[in-house]
Ligand binder design. Structure first.
Ligand SMILES: NC(=O)c1ccc[n+]([C@@H]2O[C@H](COP(=O)([O-])OP(=O)(O)OC[C@H]3O[C@@H](n4cnc5c(N)ncnc54)[C@H](O)[C@@H]3O)[C@@H](O)[C@H]2O)c1
Length: 450
């Protein structure tokens, strides 16, 4: 009897393995945002048929009409995938059982009290549990704290009555998407995979190895979850360190960017991180606090993370205080001065405004009576933001007249589309928080850094 059970189990996953190997397995991706959509691209390019699930009907309508809402995924590609029946976007979660493999890329934000907000992960797990069928592989990709797959996902999936490792498979594999980076697409970034058991890990690794350049199997989902948080915490802490050094070196008249450029010539033991007006995006300012919360539950504190958060979140205030000093030097008060903010996306060449320090700068400048305009080639109108009182502004065209009319042009995001020579040439004063003007040769006396 036991032998028969084992045999059935084996057959079920044999079938999944065969379908993954010959790429006839249907891959369902849940959450079609900055991570999910590029992942569809990776699997379609590898010859898989994909289904895309999202609760946002607006996104599904756009995709179904062959239109992209993410800059680095072309509408023409989406149109082609749909025509070739390689991509089937839907908001109908009852169809989750149609996919052989389900990869979850839903948001993992913080609550107002800065605790992990797993409601999207839990909601998705409940939708899957309601339709889970024998032989499916489920992989969580959303960034989260270690133990989420085992202690949050698995108990919900168990409500289906199916048994993990025997009737369905479960793994964690963190997404490492770097939006706006032309050198790395989802398929080109090595992927860490940790299964809840041996067979889950093996088949999840097999699936990714069909479409991703390199797969790194690890011994458990906890290792894979902790790996992602380590990567993001490492960035948050190192960025805080260079931000702190920037404030010290500024005071001493030493250019921190020149220091970093010199330091990075060391061929080992140093990796360059760059200061800026603060941290932004959906990952670096948020993910480390998942770990802080977990540490508290274990009676420990993560002092590096707390300190990094403190320093990084103070940067917009530092920038504004430096602006006040530079205006003061030319006999101008901040109140009533005209400032054009360049860049509201959180980093260069993306259209993503999430957690962007530019919104803190906007708040601070307006509180101090500045007459503000902005330009961002990727964000034509300022979006509503949950934690900010955002003015109703459209991106101003950067004409010589507009630039010359400002008391200061503040570079918050160093988009490649900007002509920095042109900007410096026509501005009375430029405050550069990204060293974007490093190659400008004329008018350098008008450039300040902060
Ligand atoms: N953006 C990045 O650069 C990046 C990089 C690495 C990891 N991540 C992680 O990946 C995850 C997703 O991030 P993102 O930037 O793609 O977010 P996003 O907001 O761009 O996309 C998430 C999508 O999930 C959808 N969604 C929410 N709840 C859902 C549900 N119950 N069922 C189906 N769809 C649902 C939303 O409508 C949205 O379209 C997060 O955990 C994030 O931390 C993001």
């Amino acid at each position: 009897m036991d032998r028969l059970l084992d045999q059935n189990k084996h057959n079920m996953f044999d079938e999944l393995e065969r379908k993954i190997r010959d790429r006839s397995a249907k891959v369902g991706i849940i959450g079609l945002g900055y991570v999910g959509l590029p992942l569809i691209n990776a699997f379609v390019s590898a010859g898989f048929r994909t289904m895309g699930f999202d609760v946002d009907q607006n996104k599904i309508d756009l995709l179904s009409a062959g239109r992209s809402y993410i800059k680095h995924i072309e509408s023409s590609s989406i149109e082609k995938w749909i025509r070739a029946e390689q991509f089937d976007p839907t908001s109908d979660m009852n169809r989750l059982a149609e996919a052989d493999c389900l990869l979850i890329c839903v948001p993992t934000p913080l609550t107002d009290s800065r605790e992990p907000d797993l409601r999207y992960v839990e909601g998705t797990a409940r939708s899957i549990a309601a339709t889970l069928r024998k032989g499916q592989l489920v992989v969580l990709e959303s960034t989260t704290y270690p133990t989420t797959t085992r202690e949050v996902m698995l108990p919900i999936l168990n409500e289906s009555g199916l048994k993990v490792g025997e009737e369905f498979l479960l793994a964690y594999s963190p997404e490492r998407e770097d939006p706006g980076n032309p050198d790395y697409s989802a398929a080109g970034i090595p992927k860490v995979v940790g299964g809840i058991d041996e067979i889950s890990g093996r088949l999840a690794a097999l699936l990714y190895s069909q479409s991703i350049v390199e797969v790194i199997p690890v011994s458990s989902p906890e290792i894979a979850e902790a790996c992602k948080i380590l990567e993001n915490t490492y960035r948050a802490v190192n960025i805080a360190m260079v931000n702190e050094l920037k404030m010290l070196f500024d005071r001493m008249g030493i250019d921190v960017w020149e220091v970093i450029d010199a330091a990075k010539t060391k061929p080992f033991g140093f990796q360059a991180f760059f200061p800026g007006p603060g941290l932004g995006g959906h990952c670096i300012p948020i993910d480390p606090f998942y770990l802080t919360w977990l540490a508290r539950r274990h009676g420990l504190t993560t002092r590096f993370i707390e300190l990094a958060g403190e320093i990084n979140s103070r940067m917009p205030e530092y920038v504004v205080s430096r602006l006040m000093e530079f205006l003061n030097d030319v006999g101008k008060a901040m109140r009533g001065s005209k400032v054009c903010l360049l860049g509201v996306a959180y980093k260069k060449d993306v259209e993503d405004p999430r957690e962007s320090p530019s919104f803190v700068l906007i708040d601070l400048l307006r509180e101090r009576g500045v007459e503000l305009i902005y330009n961002d080639p990727h964000i034509p109108k300022l979006p509503k933001m949950r934690h900010h009182d955002v003015p109703d502004l459209h991106s101003s065209e950067l004409t010589p007249e507009t630039l010359a009319a400002q008391d200061c042009v503040l570079i918050a995001t160093d988009h490649s589309a900007y002509d920095y020579d042109f900007i410096v040439k026509h501005s009375q004063m430029v405050l550069d928080t990204r060293n974007a003007t490093r190659n400008v040769t004329e008018g350098r006396e008008r450039i300040h850094k902060a």
